[in-house]
Design a protein around this ligand. Structure first.
Ligand code: HEC
Ligand code: HEC
Length: 248
C-alpha cells in the first residue's frame, strides 16, 4: 500500500471509530454519563426525584403543585430548601440531602431550589395581597378553628370535614395520618389550584382568611388527628404535633 492509501484508510478508520462505531463502554462525545451526584440538569433531577409525587412539570399529583406562583410567593427559598433537604417527617416527602440520608449533594439541593423559583415563580404576584405567613406564628386555637372551618370550608368539605359535594374528606384518619401541620397550612393558604381548591382569599369571595384564622383552622384539623391517635399509622404525626406544641 502506498503512503497515500495508507493515510486514507487510517483516516477512515478514525472516522468510523469516532462515529457510530464507538467501542463498548466509551461514551460518545457530548453524552458522557455523569455520576448521579454530578447531575445538574433540572429536567433530569426533577423527573427522577420529584415528578412521581409533585407531577410532571410541577403541575401537582398526590402532592401539591410546585409550579404554583402563589405557593412560591409565600414560601421563601430557605423554607423550600429545608423541606427538600430534610423531608417532612411522618409524611411521604423524603429527605434528599446526603447529610439527611438522601442521595443529592448540597449543590444539587441548592440548584433544584433556585430552579423551582426561577422557572415557576412569578415575582410580585402577591404584591398588595397581604398573605398569611408561611409558618404559623402562634399555637392555634382549635375551638376558634372549628368556627373558621364552618365559615370557610364546610360548604365544600362537608359537616365536620367528612367530605361534601365539592371537596373530599379532610378529617379522616387516613388523610390526617400522612400530612404534616405545615402541609395542611400550605394547602389552606395556597389552595390546590390544579384541583380547583381555592387559596385563602377565595373560599368566600371578598373575605380572605386572616393569618389567625388559618392558624386556627389548622389547629382544629390537627385536633381531629389527635383524637384518632390510637389507630394505625398516626403515631408519627401525633408525636410531631405534640413536639411542635412543645416547641411553640
Ligand atoms: C414520595 C412522594 C414525594 C416525592 C418523591 C417528593 N415529594 Fe415533596 N412532598 C411530598 C408530600 C406528601 C409533601 C407534603 C408533606 C407535608 O405534609 O408536609 C411534600 C412537600 C414538599 C414541599 C413543601 C411544601 C410546603 O408545604 O411548603 C416541597 C418544597 C417539596 N415537597 C419539594 C419536593 C421536591 C423538589 C422533590 C424532588 C427533589 C420532592 N418534593 C419529592 C411528597 C413527595
Ligand atoms: C370551593 C370549595 C372549597 C372550599 C371552600 C375549600 N376547599 Fe379544600 N379543597 C377543595 C377541592 C376541590 C380540593 C381538591 C380535591 C379534594 O381533595 O377534594 C380541596 C383540597 C383540600 C385539601 C387537600 C386534600 C387532599 O386530599 O389532598 C385540604 C387539606 C383542604 N382542601 C382544606 C380546606 C380547608 C381547611 C378549607 C377552609 C379553610 C377549604 N379546604 C376550603 C375545595 C374547597
Amino acid at each position: 500500500m502506498n503512503a497515500f492509501w495508507h493515510y486514507v484508510s487510517v483516516a477512515l478508520a478514525a472516522i468510523v471509530l469516532s462515529g457510530c462505531g464507538v467501542p463498548h463502554g466509551q461514551p460518545n462525545k457530548g453524552s458522557e454519563v455523569l455520576a448521579p451526584n454530578e447531575v445538574l440538569d433540572f429536567g433530569t433531577l426533577y423527573a427522577q426525584n420529584c415528578a412521581g409525587c409533585h407531577g410532571a412539570e410541577g403541575r401537582g399529583g398526590a402532592a401539591i403543585a410546585l409550579a404554583n406562583p402563589v405557593y412560591l410567593a409565600i414560601a421563601d427559598d430557605a423554607a423550600v430548601r429545608k423541606v427538600i433537604a430534610n423531608g417532612a417527617r411522618g409524611t411521604a416527602m423524603p429527605a434528599f440531602a446526603e447529610n439527611a440520608g438522601g442521595m443529592l449533594t448540597d449543590k444539587q439541593v441548592d440548584f433544584i431550589t433556585s430552579e423551582i423559583r426561577s422557572r415557576w415563580g412569578q415575582r410580585g404576584i402577591l404584591d398588595a395581597a397581604n398573605p398569611p405567613f408561611y409558618a404559623a406564628k402562634s399555637t392555634g386555637d382549635a375551638q376558634r378553628g372549628k368556627v373558621a372551618y364552618k365559615t370557610y370550608c364546610e360548604a365544600c368539605h362537608g359537616l365536620g370535614g367528612r367530605g361534601g359535594a365539592k371537596g373530599s374528606a379532610i378529617t379522616d384518619h387516613s388523610f390526617l395520618a400522612l400530612v404534616s401541620d405545615q402541609g395542611l397550612r400550605t394547602i389552606v393558604i395556597t389552595g390546590r389550584p390544579e384541583l380547583g381548591a381555592p387559596d385563602w382569599r377565595a373560599n368566600i369571595s371578598g373575605k380572605p382568611m386572616t393569618d389567625q384564622e388559618v392558624t386556627d383552622v389548622v389547629a382544629w384539623l390537627a385536633s381531629r388527628r389527635v383524637q384518632n391517635s390510637g389507630q394505625l399509622y398516626s403515631g408519627s404525626n401525633y408525636l410531631q404535633h405534640k413536639e411542635s406544641d412543645d416547641a411553640e
